[in-house]
Ligand binder design. Structure first.
Ligand SMILES: *[C@@H]1O[C@H](CO)[C@@H](O)[C@H](O)[C@H]1NC(C)=O
Ligand SMILES: *[C@@H]1O[C@H](CO)[C@@H](O)[C@H](O)[C@H]1NC(C)=O
Length: 174
């Protein structure tokens, strides 16, 4: 897996997160609320782990430039935007069954719905995570946003396993 000098890429980390079905020990028959609690717990732990990777120097900030750099890695033909194909190929590089998750995540980040992820989308996505709108994403904003997102993605994945109806992922907004 390709590494940035400072941090493993954010979205590669998503891939790792999704390929480790260590969660949900199904020994007894857990209640729905126990499953939700476990998924929430797991999502929080993964969001915290992601934070340590995007802020390895412990500066307390995940900058928009850092995020833009992560997306540069997805732009394999260097045309300044990330197509859905580039995104899903990279995202699902290790696990082809992650393709539908990649498609859902792409649709979420393509915030102006023009079919590519480029600078306006990255700005808008960053602003979505910056919930107090001070121009910086700090640890609490980052962990809250991604814990909710990972949980939504995980639940969508579970639902998809249980039905043939396509599900979409809606990220936490605002
Ligand atoms: C959540 O994780 C904490 C430790 O991080 C643990 O003490 C707690 O039992 C966990 N809760 C569930 C529902 O798994
Ligand atoms: C894109 O840019 C990277 C880094 O500069 C380079 O390694 C890669 O070969 C380029 N790819 C193409 C298709 O131009």
């Amino acid at each position: 897996m390709k590494m940035l000098p400072a941090a493993m890429t954010l979205l590669s980390y998503f891939t790792l997160s999704m390929t480790q079905p260590t969660v949900l020990p199904m020994t007894a028959t857990p209640s729905a609320s126990e499953i939700v609690a476990q998924v929430r717990n797991m999502s929080m732990a993964q969001a915290v782990a992601m934070w340590t990777r995007v802020d390895p120097d412990n500066e307390g900030i995940f900058s928009e430039q850092t995020m833009a750099k992560l997306f540069e890695e997805y732009d394999s033909n260097n045309d300044s935007h990330v197509s859905q194909e580039e995104f899903t190929q990279r995202f699902g590089a290790n696990e082809p069954e992650l393709n539908s998750l990649g498609v859902a995540l792409f649709a979420l980040i393509d915030m102006n719905h023009d079919g590519v992820i480029n600078t306006p989308d990255i700005r808008a996505f960053y602003a979505t995570i910056d919930t107090n709108t001070d121009g910086h994403v700090d640890r609490q904003e980052f962990v809250t946003y991604f814990a909710d997102l990972i949980m939504a993605m995980f639940i969508a994945q579970l639902q998809q396993m249980q039905s043939t109806t396509p599900t979409s992922v809606t990220g936490p907004v605002g």
